[in-house]
Design a protein around this ligand. Structure first.
Ligand code: HEC
Ligand code: HEC
Length: 91
């Protein structure tokens, strides 16, 4: 069977919907970044820069395999704040 252009578009759309669904459902369950002394500077960075990419620099100085190992089934982790939300609305 040959798939037409329309079929591919349809499949891509379904894939996107599924992906968004997974991301949304994951968001509610994932542990949030504690708003404590340790993490306060990250909250401040996010507030100042408005950039999660900036704010999550430095997480791995503490959270790494040698000092604070991640749970065994931890997903790929280069974008911490994409999954681990900050707790209060900072802006
Ligand atoms: C200075 C070291 C340090 C840095 C930097 C740091 N953390 Fe932490 N983190 C800790 C410690 C210690 C704990 C456990 C105590 C606590 O809850 O604060 C913790 C706890 C957590 C938890 C909760 C774990 C649980 O069991 O509830 C998450 C999520 C987390 N950190 C994410 C982050 C993210 C994301 C960043 C970067 C924005 C970050 N941390 C930066 C030291 C650090
Ligand atoms: C793709 C999504 C995702 C990304 C990116 C991610 N994590 Fe996680 N993290 C999870 C999930 C899922 C768990 C399993 C525990 C839970 O939150 O239910 C977890 C668990 C943790 C825990 C342990 C929490 C506990 O209570 O045991 C810490 C600490 C943590 N992550 C820190 C980080 C840091 C620091 C980064 C960035 C270097 C990061 N994570 C990136 C999804 C993610």
């Amino acid at each position: 069977m040959r798939l037409s252009r329309k079929d591919w578009l349809f499949l891509a759309l379904m894939g996107a919907v599924l992906l968004i669904f997974i991301l949304i459902s994951g968001e509610e369950k994932t542990v949030k970044v504690p708003p404590d002394e340790i993490h306060r500077s990250f909250y401040e960075t996010l507030e100042k820069t408005g950039s999660k990419r900036e704010a999550e620099k430095g997480c791995e100085t503490c959270h790494n395999e040698s000092s604070m190992p991640f749970p065994k089934d931890h997903p790929p982790k280069h974008r911490c704040l994409f999954c681990h939300k900050m707790q209060q609305a900072v802006r």
